[in-house]
Design a protein around this ligand. Structure first.
Ligand SMILES: O=C(O)c1cc(=O)[nH]c(=O)n1[C@@H]1O[C@H](COP(=O)(O)O)[C@@H](O)[C@H]1O
Length: 224
């Protein structure tokens, strides 16, 4: 069975990214490459990482006016990621145009509420009542806009899954028991997130920060 774990390779260093990816390639479901990697290595770096043969989740979290987002997605060509992120708070038209601009086989998912934010952070930007209501609202909007799914924390997946049965639910903020939380605030263990209905788990530092990333990945996979 293909692993649901995408390893977040957050580094600007192409050699280091390649070393980590080579270590985990036999047991990871895919590689997640984000802004830190992309800002330094661009499309060429993504294409090089894709040569390892694992699905690429390109996490650039687009959030701009619809025209700019659509043109930016087109400008990624010839990169054809398996998964691509936009911020659902960019609104319905932006998400519709993002989906239309993405390559046919690419899943476009909407980031709802970052897992680094808790209720008081949301309060400070004018979102009252915690993450649950906001995630549900943005999940509904992402679905109506024709996206494939959302990114949310493990604690909101079950509620979103209840009204979006075939949604593709990406869950970061994953922390095995006893591992450092760092800047994440809404965290869950891998097992809990899968049980709650996650389609894939995005896991970075608990794997990439280990002396043996593949062993850390296999330990986590063993809990699923
Ligand atoms: O879109 C994401 O992947 C994402 C959304 C979110 O709400 N929270 C979140 O942590 N992420 C990403 O997931 C990864 C988590 O990394 P670790 O905290 O090291 O496991 C990072 O690459 C983040 O950019």
């Amino acid at each position: 069975m293909t692993s649901p774990i995408f390893v977040a390779i957050d580094t600007p260093d192409l050699d280091r990214a390649r070393t980590i990816a080579s270590s985990v390639r036999r047991h990871a479901g895919g590689l997640k490459l984000g802004l830190e990697f992309f800002c330094h290595n661009g499309r060429a770096g993504i294409l090089e990482m894709a040569e390892l043969g694992l699905p690429i989740f390109l996490d650039l979290k687009f959030h701009d006016i619809p025209n700019t987002v659509a043109k930016s997605i087109q400008a990624l060509s010839p990169v054809t990621p398996a998964v691509l992120t936009v911020h659902a708070a960019g609104g319905r038209a932006m998400m519709e145009d993002a989906k239309a601009a993405a390559p046919a086989g690419t899943k476009v998912v909407g980031v709802t509420v970052l897992t680094s934010l808790d209720g008081s952070d949301l309060d400070s930007i004018g979102i009252k009542g915690g993450s649950h209501g906001q995630v549900e609202r943005l999940a509904q909007l992402a679905r109506e806009a024709g996206l494939d799914g959302i990114v949310c924390s493990g604690s909101e997946v079950a509620a979103a899954r209840a009204f979006w049965k075939d949604g593709y639910f990406v869950v970061p903020g994953i922390r095995p028991a006893n591992s450092a939380v760092g800047d994440q605030k809404r965290v869950m263990t891998p097992r809990e997130a899968i049980d709650a209905g996650a389609s894939i788990l995005v896991i970075g530092r608990p794997i990439t920060g280990a002396a043996d990333p593949d062993a850390a990945l296999r330990d986590i996979a063993g809990t699923l």
